[in-house]
Design a binder for this molecule. Structure first.
Ligand SMILES: *Cc1c(COP(=O)(O)O)cnc(C)c1O
Length: 460
């Protein structure tokens, strides 16, 4: 067994070489048309085992053909790049293969997860009664927040189900998981109120309050506000302080969805964007976005840890047999068996310190400044996004953004997405990859401009 594992890990190292070389020479993977996928790669599963050499070759082919998210020409998603120390931690987590529900099975990994949660709660400004957990992602964090809001309003809902018409609030620019979560929780998609955003993409507090008043007058019961720290398109930050005033007045749960940009808690320079966050009831961020850990590494922090256990703890005698609730993290998680997502974040944080995390975050804002300055100084561009954001939204020579991004992808030039705000549609370029330098950012523009020069039909 050990010798096969060693051989497998040797093969792993060979494949790492292949992948890194490939990325260096070809930062954008050759695209296989979806309809040709099964004819191009041998993905079939068969009765007989595959011989060593053929096995290696198929693994190599799959690696080479897979979209490369860590290179300096990938800007399509709200993650990118690689933090080596985090990869190290994640590989170790795979090797250890613990499950995070009990101290008996996870041992020191419990302390590692709790230390991250403790330090992060301190940065948000939550007190000693706070805690948190690592859900599967930002969508699940939003879901857990909504469940806690529902149960905080009325604990008996856990037993009896939702009997009243409850309403929840978020901005038009918030993440789409809010709608799904309303459906899962028994609140209903029709009872999500999407509040208008201002010119900068931030939820308008006066519109929120007006909607709450209307709903109360209509016999509804408002329970929850989901605010966003880094909206998916513009990267805007809702005004948490003003929203907290309203939530306190009407006794609503306030969640800060910082999946995209909540990691600005690590930056003294940018933390002002989250002013008032300590007044929220829960706060989430994805370390796999701004901090560059491998997917997924999502954290939800809860100001009052009783709310977490009220909604998520369940007795299970077969499982919780030793060590007490504070060390049995399954008492406050959604899942039963749970992957160790904490170790990769801890190996990174331990290696670079909080100062290193601050630098990662600040660097992304600096790169966004570089991109915005380039756009502002070039009359072929129009800028649609704003300062204090790592999403840079623009149009180039009036070219339809959908057409341009699709052509860049299909021709394997660079991978970047498009988005819309109000009536405008534009390229959404994100500076989330902290491995990039200012030169990489300028290179993106050059690569895109050269492509357009060669494809005048795009201008038509
Ligand atoms: C990415 C994102 C999410 C979803 O997070 P997942 O980990 O992909 O589920 C939720 N909210 C915001 C604001 C996001 O940017």
């Amino acid at each position: 067994m050990t010798s096969t594992l060693k051989a497998d890990l040797e093969l792993f190292n060979q494949l790492v070489e292949v992948l890194l070389n490939e990325e260096a020479t070809k930062p954008v993977a050759e695209r296989i048309k979806a309809e040709e996928l099964y004819n191009t790669l041998d993905l079939s599963l068969n009765e007989s085992p595959m011989l060593d050499q053929a096995y290696k070759e198929v693994l190599r082919d799959v690696l080479i053909a897979t979209p490369k998210t860590a290179t300096n020409l990938f800007f399509n998603q709200l993650f990118g790049g690689r933090q080596g120390k985090a990869i190290l931690g994640d590989l170790l987590a795979v090797l250890l293969n613990n499950s995070m529900y009990t101290y008996k099975v996870a041992g020191p990994q419990v302390g590692i997860e709790q230390e991250i949660i403790r330090k992060s709660c301190d940065l948000v400004g939550y007190g000693a009664g706070s805690n948190g957990t690592f859900p599967t992602g930002g969508s699940m964090s939003n879901y857990m927040a909504l469940m806690m809001a529902r149960d905080k309003y009325d604990l008996s809902i856990r037993t009896n189900g939702v009997m009243k018409r409850l309403t929840v609030y978020t901005s038009k620019e918030s993440h789409y998981s809010n709608a799904k979560n309303a459906s899962f929780s028994g609140i209903g998609r029709a009872n999500v109120r999407y509040i208008d955003s201002d010119h900068y993409g931030r939820m308008i507090p006066s519109k929120l309050e007006a909607q709450i008043k209307t709903d109360i007058a209509d016999g509804c019961t408002p329970i929850y506000v989901n605010s966003t720290a880094g909206t998916t398109v513009l990267g805007a930050f809702d005004p948490i302080e003003d929203l907290a005033d309203i939530c306190e007045k009407y006794k609503l749960w306030l969640h800060v969805d910082g999946a995209y940009c909540g990691a600005v808690i690590f930056s003294e320079k940018n933390r002002h964007l989250l002013k008032g966050m300590e007044r929220s009831n829960s706060f989430s961020f994805n370390a796999h976005k701004m901090l560059g850990t491998p997917l997924t590494c999502s954290i939800i922090l809860v100001k009052d840890k009783t709310d977490l256990s009220n909604s998520f703890s369940n007795d299970a005698e077969y499982l919780y047999q030793t060590d007490g609730d504070d060390f049995n993290l399954g008492k406050t998680s959604f899942q039963c068996g749970r992957r160790n997502d904490a170790l990769k974040f801890w190996t990174l944080w331990k290696a670079v310190g909080s100062t290193g995390l601050k630098n990662i975050v600040d660097h992304q804002f600096d790169l966004a400044d570089v991109a915005r300055a380039y756009i502002r100084n070039n009359s072929d561009y129009k800028l649609y996004s704003f300062d204090d954001s790592i999403s840079v939204c623009f149009n180039y020579k009036g070219i339809d953004a959908n057409k341009l991004c699709t052509a860049l992808y299909e021709e394997q030039v660079t991978v970047v997405g498009f988005g819309a705000f109000g009536d405008d549609e534009f390229v959404r370029f994100v500076t989330i990859n902290a491995n990039n330098s200012p030169e990489d950012i300028l290179n993106f523009f050059k690569v895109m401009e050269d492509f357009v020069d060669k494809h005048p039909e795009l201008l038509a």
